[in-house]
Design a protein around this ligand. Structure first.
Ligand code: 0O2
Length: 267
C-alpha cells in the first residue's frame, strides 16, 4: 500500500471517531440536562497513528494489504465511567443502538489480563458517509472506570518505554497497584448510591438556578421593572437559605408568572 494513500484510508475512521464522540457526549448531556445521573463521565477518541498501525501489523504478522480487514482498533473511542456498574449500563446502551452493531466483545473486568489490565472492549460496525459513498468500519469502544483508566494510562507509558523488557520491580509495582485499583473501584461502588444522590442534587440545583435566572432575564423584557426586582430579591433570599424545596416552589411559581406573560404577548 502506498504511504500517500494512508491519509485517504484513515479519513472515514476519523469521521467515525468524531461522530461517535458527539453521540456519546450527547447521551451524557441528555442525562445531565434532565437532572439525572449519567453513566458516562467522559468520552475521548483517537485514530491510531500510522506508525502504531504498522507496529501492530508487524507484531501480529498482518500483511499491509490486510490491515483494514484485520486491525479492528484503527478507530477507537474510550468511554470513562465513575463506577464499575455504569460500565455494564453503557454496554447495554450500546447494544440497543440502531446506528451500530456489536461484532465482538471482551470483558477484561470479569477476566482481567495477566498485566492487570481491566476494561470492557466492544468492537462495533459503524457506517459513515464519505465523499465516495457509505463505508462500514469497525470501531473499538473501550469502557472503563476513572480508576482503571488511570492505571492503564500509566502502564501503557511504561509498556511503551520498556516494551518486552519491563524491570521486575516495576512489574510487581504495577501488579500491586492493579489490585489496589480493584479495591478502590469496589469501595467506590459501595457508596455509589450516596455519591449519585449528592451529584444529582447538585445538578438539579444547578439546572433549577439556571432556569430561574433565564426566567428573570426574560421577565425584564416584558414585565414591570419594579416587580422583577422584587422577584429577584426573593430569589436571592431563598438562594441564601440553601433550601432546595423552597427553591423548587419558587421556580414553579416563577414558571407560572413567565407563562402568564408569554400568553399575554401571544394575544
Ligand atoms: P493503543 O496504543 O492503545 O492503540 P488480542 O489480539 O486480543 O491479543 P488486541 O487486538 O490488541 O489483542 O486486542 P485487545 O487485547 O482487546 O487490546 C486492544 C487495546 O486495548 C490495546 O490497543 C490497548 O489500548 C488496550 N490494552 C490491551 N491490553 C492492555 C494492557 O495490558 N495494558 C494497557 N495499558 N492497555 C491494554 P494497542 O494497539 O495495544 O495500543
Amino acid at each position: 500500500m502506498k504511504i500517500q494513500l494512508w491519509r485517504q484510508i484513515l479519513e472515514p475512521y476519523q469521521l467515525a471517531v468524531d461522530e461517535l464522540q458527539v453521540k456519546f457526549n450527547h447521551i451524557m448531556g441528555a442525562y445531565r440536562r434532565a437532572g439525572e445521573y449519567s453513566p458516562i463521565e467522559q468520552v475521548t477518541g483517537r485514530v491510531k497513528t500510522i506508525s502504531s498501525i504498522l507496529e501492530k501489523a508487524q507484531k501480529k504478522g498482518i500483511d499491509v494489504e490486510e490491515i483494514e480487514q484485520d486491525i479492528e482498533d484503527i478507530a477507537g473511542v474510550r468511554i470513562i465511567c465513575q463506577f464499575v456498574e455504569d460500565i455494564y449500563k453503557v454496554v447495554e446502551l450500546i447494544k440497543k443502538r440502531a446506528d451500530m452493531t456489536v461484532k465482538s466483545e471482551k470483558d477484561y473486568i470479569a477476566c482481567k489480563k495477566d498485566s492487570g489490565y481491566r476494561s470492557y472492549h466492544i468492537i462495533v460496525r459503524y457506517s459513515v458517509e464519505t465523499v465516495k459513498g457509505p463505508k462500514t468500519i469497525p470501531v473499538e469502544i473501550q469502557i472503563r472506570t476513572l480508576a482503571m483508566n488511570f492505571w492503564a494510562t500509566v502502564e501503557h507509558s511504561l509498556q511503551y518505554k520498556y516494551k518486552e523488557n519491563m524491570p521486575e520491580r516495576l512489574r510487581v509495582k504495577l501488579h500491586n497497584s492493579a489490585e489496589a485499583i480493584i479495591c478502590l473501584d469496589e469501595e467506590m461502588s459501595s457508596v455509589r448510591d450516596e455519591i449519585m444522590d449528592a451529584q444529582n442534587s447538585f445538578r438539579v440545583k444547578a439546572n433549577m438556578i439556571s432556569d430561574i435566572l433565564n426566567n428573570i432575564q426574560n421577565l425584564y423584557k416584558v414585565a414591570n421593572k419594579r416587580e422583577v426586582i422584587k422577584i429577584q430579591d426573593e430569589f436571592f433570599r431563598i438562594y441564601k437559605t440553601e433550601d432546595l424545596d423552597q427553591l423548587e416552589r419558587f421556580s414553579k411559581e416563577l414558571d407560572v408568572i413567565a407563562e402568564g406573560y408569554q400568553a399575554q404577548s401571544l394575544r
